[in-house]
Design a protein around this ligand. Structure first.
Ligand code: ZN
Length: 441
């Protein structure tokens, strides 16, 4: 992945590659790690003592599914504060149950749980693959975590034919236990294989040098095998899985890697946003706090630094749907390709306030980008994101922003072809701007 001479098409090419090679948070974090290593970031481990130098960049991962990367500026002290970015690595999907094998006639199906707030209908009749991590006992008795990605169409969840359910277009009621198990294989005359042996065969293909004795457990997810593509007559849209929120992870890691090393910057890509953020690797965890304590060990200096810090929390925003204009608050229509969206909610479902909104608007102005502003209709409940959690835990001034998108939480989401790059331009500017030092008291 190159980051020199960035323009919209190069940026999107890199984004498409990141999206397609990151079917699970584990793969997103592995790809982020490889990208940061290529850009001279030094990997740290929570289990070791750290020796940190100014003018250098570092990163660490937790539970293979979350990353914190940071640069300690050569020109700034801790008291100058940190310019912070946040996003999340997970997306709603179908997760394989621990004892998943379901034998129905000649078919082997897999039991699945719904991960996060998935739109379920789009999972039917898609060419699904399978990926995640597998915890293995190796031939020498040690334990290893191995990534696995079948990277081919493997599973399907067939719809019931319209002839067998004439009401199918009306109710759309999907029973998560009964209707979702995808079909993995069929054996007409031979015996059906089990998932365990299929996984062991795949591990031999992906990790031929390793001697796996037994699979002890796994975190496996179904994903749509289709690549990200442009749509629209002039390629004005992007259609892909996991735009929420790998779009923001990609923008964040690209901005941090290309930022100069004179400033204090930090990126937090958290897991488990889609089911509430409370886990060892979620935003509502000790992860960010423990890293901040180790970067700035003195408690008073750290408090001063955090009070001088600013967080741009990135998560996709709802674009106005042309077929459902009744769902939109008049005056707050959000268009694709019209710039990043500042998200505002009176009940703090978003962390934005007038101060943080004003600072982000000024940064947008510096970048030559015009932002949009979203509020939910007053007669509809509002979603939330990692911004409010992080700002509450750390006392950091925070703005919630995101790229406009349609079909959020579908297996296939849509954004404008310009939107990822417009968001990136604003955070690239943020990482070199002095604007976050305004209105600190
Ligand atoms: Zn999200």
């Amino acid at each position: 992945m190159t980051t020199g001479l960035m323009d919209n098409s190069v940026f999107n090419k890199n984004l498409f590659a990141f999206l397609y090679s990151s079917p699970t948070p584990f793969h997103a974090v592995a790809n982020t790690r490889d990208f940061l290593l290529q850009h001279d970031f030094i990997q740290l481990h929570e289990t070791e003592h750290w020796q940190l130098d100014r003018g250098r960049s570092y990163f660490l991962c937790r539970n293979n599914a979350a990353t914190i990367a940071f640069t300690l500026g050569s020109m700034e002290t801790a008291e100058h504060g940190l310019r912070m970015l946040a996003a999340h690595t997970d997306s709603p999907c179908l997760q394989i149950k621990p004892r998943a094998d379901l034998k129905t006639g000649s078919y082997l199906q897999l039991g699945v749980e719904v991960y996060g707030g998935s739109l379920l209908a789009p999972w039917f009749d898609r060419d699904l693959s399978l990926a995640g991590r597998v915890c293995c006992e190796m031939a020498d008795g040690s334990l290893e975590v191995l990534l696995i990605n079948f990277f081919r169409p493997l599973l399907t969840i067939p719809s019931i034919a319209i002839h067998l359910d004439r009401e199918a277009n009306k109710n759309g009621g999907i029973n998560q236990q009964k209707h979702l198990p995808p079909i993995l294989c069929q054996a007409v005359e031979q015996q059906l294989p089990d998932l365990n042996s299929i996984l062991l065969d795949q591990l031999k293909i992906e990790h031929p040098q390793l001697m796996v004795r037994e699979i002890l457990s796994f975190d496996l997810f179904c994903y749509d095998f289709q690549q990200p593509v442009y749509t629209g007559v002039k390629n004005e849209f992007i259609s892909s899985a996991r735009l929420d929120n790998l779009l923001s992870c990609h923008a964040g890691m690209t901005a941090l890697a290309t930022a100069d090393k004179t400033r204090n910057n930090l990126l937090f890509c958290a897991n488990h946003e889609e089911n509430g953020s409370t886990s060892t690797s979620g935003a509502n965890s000790s992860f960010l706090d423990s890293v901040l304590q180790r970067i700035i060990p003195d408690a008073e200096t750290r408090r001063i630094a955090l009070s001088n810090s600013f967080l741009v929390s990135m998560d996709n925003a709802h674009a106005s749907h042309p077929n459902f204009m009744e769902k939109i608050d008049p005056g707050h229509e959000i268009q694709l390709n019209k710039g990043p969206v500042i998200k505002i909610n009176a009940n703090q479902r978003y962390a934005t306030n007038s101060v943080t909104s004003a600072i982000y608007k000024k940064i947008c102005r510096e970048a030559g980008v015009t932002p949009q502003e979203f509020v939910m209709r007053s007669d509809m409940p509002c979603g939330s994101t990692i911004g409010p959690i992080t700002s509450a835990l750390q006392g950091i001034r925070t703005v919630d922003v995101g790229a406009a998108s349609l079909a959020m939480h579908s297996i296939r989401e849509h954004t404008g072809a310009r939107d990822p790059f417009l968001l990136y331009q604003t955070i690239e500017q943020f990482l070199k701007s002095e604007m976050h030092r305004q209105l600190t008291r």
